[in-house]
Write a protein that binds this ligand. Sequence first.
Ligand code: FES
Length: 564
Amino acid sequence: MIEHVAGLDHGLTDYGDRDFSRYLRRSFAQSMGYSRALLDKPVIGIAYTASDFNNCHRHFPELLAAVKRGVLAAGALPLEFPTISLGEVFLTPTSLKYRNLMAIDTEEMIRAQPMDAVVLMGGCDKTVPAQLMGAVSADRPAIALVAGPMMTGRHRGERLGACTDCRRFWARYRAGDIDAEEISEVEGRLAVTAGTCAVMGTASTMACLAEALGMCLPGTAAIPAVHADRLRAAEATGAAAVKLIGTTLTPSQLINRNSVENALRVLLALGGSTNAVIHLTAIAGRAGVKVSLEQLNKLSDTTPVLVNLKPVGNGYMEDFCAAGGVGALLRELKPLLHLGCMTVTGETLGERLAGDDGDYVDRTIIAPASKPLEPAGGLIALFGNLAPQGAILKRSAADARLFEHEGKAVVFNSLEDLSARIDDPKLEVEPNDILVLQNAGPHALACMPEAGYLPIPKKLAQKGVKDMVRISDARMSGTAFGTIVLHVTPDAASGGPLGLVHNGDRIRLSVKNRRIELLVDDAELKKRAAASSAHVKMPERGYAKLFAEQITGADEGCDFRFLK
Ligand code: FES
């Protein structure tokens, strides 16, 4: 039985006469062919992000139909509305630039339109964080339904999944291991179904974190996009949205200090994407919760890596789902979690996890906490004179032989410089050197692209070099791997010390001490800073101008100042 709610009478259009506004709205709504009986029902909005520029959401029409039948069967009127969709590989310079725009769109459309609760249909990397950020700020009851991961493809007897294998094969092609014909075959076999990338990349990580935050139905994060269970999850999500009406289970209640800490634990145990640190910081920031990199390090020390998926391990998301999914992982982490956190079903996390201890778990994919893949978390924060406000290293995807490393800097001062010189046979670079990319952070015109996975210079790749320490203020795809220091903050374009590194400077990385140091004395750095002419040309109009004026650093989640 649904309590009285506003339905279509929510937030009437302002004509100075409320009864007229109601009459006019209903009259126009009737033009859509709904019966009066349906128009009197409570309304579930569905933030719908299908787009021909977003392959990951290709199955959304079918998923939408399932959500709608769930809503209707539960006694409410489902009304979808479009918002911006962000297809990771179809946006320039990078999808991160538009995450906040999508968050604004989502927030304002939830607030402006008449709905009693909302289903957030997202999936591709930036869409889930954007929707959660917007939903927290709009703060109407909300439930997330993620796209689900792609299934794997096959190539010459080997399983392939976007996009760790994309990078692996590309590196082999660059090294001359495979020819143009084979890379062209691989291109057609990496992304073979609808859904998000098949490994524990950013989209999969954010889906798991949404479930850990209590924002989607239990057990739904990892169901493959094309599995019939995903349609059943969509139907159940529609029904669950109706149950949310009139409750206090709004995003700002579910996303709080404790649930964010749970999500950080899950991120670490997954060996999840570095991007998730930025996104979770931004989502939490909307709820007034600060995520600090010092906190990340503390949690990292006491959270084991348990999930054996690429890029850190061997499996794919379809294996994770069959292995027991987020529920099985949460059970392993139970002693570390805040079990009193409320979830979107109205159950606490503890209630959710009670009583299913006997469920099957594939231990080759989800290790028991008593026998972890690694005893400490997959991500750590580094500090030092090169990154006073921190940097991130995905320890679990890095080469442990480089954890304590000192080397000579080979500097690229922009993305253009990198692509012009990285494969130049005359580039002076040795395997022990440290590659440094400047001006690829949030304040650069490139808007922090996933360029932190600097390619191994061709002449070294051809000699068999597979990994080097690479440092930048950029991000890295969640599907990538290597000893890669990212998100250096403050970034070079905002005057950070990364911009002061010169070719030949010595840099020291110490994972043990969580340090990243530029071995140049302070007086010299001051001299360089005074002589530095680095400045970013400000865009003159439009969203680019807003972005440049409002963007915060990676340590604040790259949200806009005026939205926090
Ligand atoms: Fe959409 Fe990877 S491209 S999730």
